[in-house]
Design a protein around this ligand. Structure first.
Ligand code: OOG
Ligand code: NI
Length: 447
């Protein structure tokens, strides 16, 4: 039996190989990221691994995919369930971007600490909001839905294997092989000619809409490696002559704790595609939709920490430096970031009793705090990444948004609950704290 996590690790690796063959610049990015990580590891020693072992960081990727209908979303959720990846979080990018980005999104990823440690592969998954009248009038929306209803992204054999894998917690070797082959193939760029007129019509509304609904299949949009120093990576890619977007999204560079997520990307590349012209001829051309992205991950913030982040991110970097907590200790004591807590085994037995507050326990060396890494995404950054790769902003009319698309609706469409990222971290933190307090012989309500 090939267990769930091995399927996930194998899928991530094969997808990466496939994408590297399709987009050579991705391989350049991987090499540069690997070199930066080696350098940071040499320069900073064990501190470099505070937010994850180098093995994990080196293997770590997130992918991005885009689907067109609730049915396709439900199917892709089934494929990811076979890999131990569950929907976490709801992102509404329609208002987060200045350009027309008519999608709502979730991220599929492992949710438990042991599974994350085995392989943290995650996929940012966006669903086209074809019912949003600000982007698609009734007539276009009808033709779009009809087009999408005809296509098959995930063959029945793949879905049956995925169901089986989810139920059994894995697959026997031969079926695992077949499942992985079909799953990776579902995300390859299709050689099928693109209907020129249809694609162009959707592109006038939104390049993202055309990428999703203008073609008969889906494809991986990007795969993102994790890097330990994203500013250095940005410099090196620029030195290699790769055109980067003009900034790094997320918190500013500073010497305090790394929090949440910093991301940047290189501009979408022109890729050869064939087209079916209105007169029926098949011609060669190119499309610019796929890009390369890289990210640095930091500590997960609590709701309070996140509210502070959201306030400060709108301000100049100096305001951040002046107001954001400067140490992990401050973040822990202020309940602004998530940690796992462990009793310190080798504390001197000086006859003292442990104090009854978190600050005292940390400062007195009774408890050690280890940051919980942020495993999710940021809507503003995601919108920035989408947008910086669009050549034109598309069109959006003023009307009312379709109110259908929220987290509950998404969960209903998939037939699966959508986890709340804060709740997942809080549960992990509270479990560790309860265990640590018991070990110190303190009542649970101490802190
Ligand atoms: C997804 C863009 C967002 C991220 O890392 O925030 C994203 C897409 O382009 O489909 O990947
Ligand atoms: Ni991404």
């Amino acid at each position: 039996m090939v267990p769930t996590w091995r399927l996930r690790a194998a899928f991530a690796r094969r997808l990466s190989d496939m994408y590297g063959a399709e987009v050579p610049a991705y391989t350049t990015l991987l090499e540069a990221a690997g070199q930066v990580n080696d350098d940071v590891l040499r320069g900073s020693g064990p501190a470099a691994e505070r937010l994850g072992s180098i093995e994990r960081v080196t293997a770590e990727r997130h992918g991005a995919i885009r689907v067109g209908t609730p049915r396709e979303l439900r199917q892709v959720a089934q494929v990811f369930a076979a890999l131990g990846m569950e929907p976490v979080g709801f992102y509404d990018l329609r208002d987060a971007a200045a350009s027309a980005v008519p999608v709502v999104s979730t991220a599929f990823r492992p949710v438990g600490a042991p599974e994350l440690a085995r392989n943290p592969f995650r996929v940012f998954t966006s669903l086209l909001t074809s019912g949003d009248r600000r982007f698609f009038d009734e007539e276009l929306s009808g033709r779009l839905d009809a087009f999408l209803a005809r296509r098959v992204l995930f063959p029945p054999e793949l879905l049956a294997l995925a169901e089986h894998a989810e139920r059994e917690g894995g697959l026997p070797p031969e079926r695992a092989e077949r499942f992985l082959t079909l799953a990776v193939a579902a995300f390859e760029l299709s050689p099928e000619p693109v209907d020129r007129a249809w694609y162009a019509e959707l592109e006038r509304v939104s390049a993202v809409a055309a990428d999703i609904g203008g073609v008969g299949s889906t494809h991986i949009n990007h795969l993102t490696p994790r890097v330990l120093d994203i500013d250095e990576l940005y410099r090196r890619m620029s030195d290699l002559g790769v055109t980067m977007i003009d900034r790094i999204q997320g918190p500013p560079r500073w010497d305090g704790p790394a929090v949440l997520l910093r991301q940047t990307s290189f501009r979408a590349l022109a890729e050869a595609r064939s087209f079916r012209e209105p007169d029926g001829r098949v011609t060669r051309g190119s499309l610019r939709v796929r890009f390369g992205e890289v990210e640095a991950r930091g500590i997960a913030l609590t709701r309070a920490g996140r509210a502070l982040y959201d306030d400060l991110i709108a301000e100049p970097a100096e305001v951040w430096t002046a107001r954001f907590p400067r140490t992990e200790r401050e973040l822990a004591v202020g309940r602004q970031a998530y940690f796992t807590y462990e009793p310190v085994p080798d504390r001197p037995r000086d006859g003292m009793r442990p104090p009854h507050d978190l600050a005292g326990l940390l400062d007195g060396g009774w408890l050690a705090a280890r940051p919980i890494v942020y495993e999710d995404f940021l809507p503003r950054s995601a919108a920035g990444i989408f947008q910086s790769n669009l050549d034109h902003s598309g069109t959006r009319s003023a009307g009312l948004p379709d109110a259908h698309y929220d987290q509950e609706w998404l969960a209903g469409a998939m037939g699966r609950p959508v986890h709340d990222p804060f709740d997942l971290c809080a549960a992990q933190q509270e479990r560790s704290l309860a265990r640590a307090l018991t070990a110190l012989d303190l009542p649970e309500e101490t802190v």
